[in-house]
Design a protein around this ligand. Structure first.
Ligand code: PRP
Ligand code: URA
Length: 208
């Protein structure tokens, strides 16, 4: 699959197994979501533009790099919230723009309930953060919103994707690269990723 990047880092594989385990409690689950978000964002931001700057060390002048692009972190509520904090610490000058979507349990279609984007785009790269890419409906709807807003460069950073969701994103937004810790087998009849990790929102917020 082109434009889909699945991490092959052993740390990512180890931490993802912790998330999958039904025995992992919400506190640990949140901690691991945060850590995985940092590791995957590290992989997703390898092409960020930098400007050469001069740096004075205690010993000499040398050349350094300064990040050029303004980054927007776009967590999809609620489950994407758990991915924000660690990534924000990594890139503290990022802006955070929340998009609220939930899946209608019957139709599995995304329902938008929150969007406070300003009129004009304020960032040059948007990182959509959401642990689960299942049918792809929520990711595609968020990409639609961001493109209507005027976002030029968008990347999706998630944890687990289903083949169906990846295909849906690629059909509607082939220009948006997808970064994941794993691609799982399939969706079940309720639209859950199998084997997956269950409901990422419920497991983080203890609402299962
Ligand atoms: C989950 C998940 C994604 C969405 C993925 O959110 O965090 O946003 O489902 O499913 P899709 O690819 O089929 O759209 P959910 O709707 O459960 O809301 P929550 O985060 O508030 O629990
Ligand atoms: N949302 C989740 O949280 N988990 C899934 O498996 C699918 C959608």
């Amino acid at each position: 699959m082109s434009n889909v990047h699945v991490s092959n880092h052993p740390l990512v594989a180890h931490k993802l197994s912790l998330l999958r385990s039904v025995d992992t409690e919400p506190k640990k689950f949140r901690e691991v979501v945060r850590e995985l978000a940092i590791l995957l964002t590290y992989e997703a931001t390898q092409d960020l533009a930098t400007r050469q700057i001069e740096v004075q060390t205690p010993l000499a002048k040398t050349s350094g790099a300064h990040l050029e692009q303004k980054i927007g972190l776009v967590p999809i509520l609620r489950a994407g919230l758990g991915m924000v904090e660690g990534v924000w610490e990594l890139m503290p000058s990022s802006e955070v723009w929340h998009i609220g979507l939930y899946r209608d349990e019957r139709t599995l279609r995304p329902v938008e309930y929150y969007n406070k984007l300003p009129l004009e785009p304020t960032v040059s790269v948007c990182l959509i953060l959401d642990p689960m890419l299942a049918t792809g409906g929520s990711a595609v709807a968020t990409m639609d919103v961001l493109k209507r807003w005027g976002a030029k460069k968008i990347k999706f950073v998630g944890l687990i994707g289903a083949p169906e969701g990846i295909a849906e994103v690629q059909k509607h937004h082939p220009d948006v690269p997808i970064y994941l810790a794993a691609i799982d087998e399939r969706l079940n009849e309720n639209g859950y990723i199998v084997p997956g990790l269950g409901d990422a929102g419920d497991r983080q917020f203890g609402t299962a």
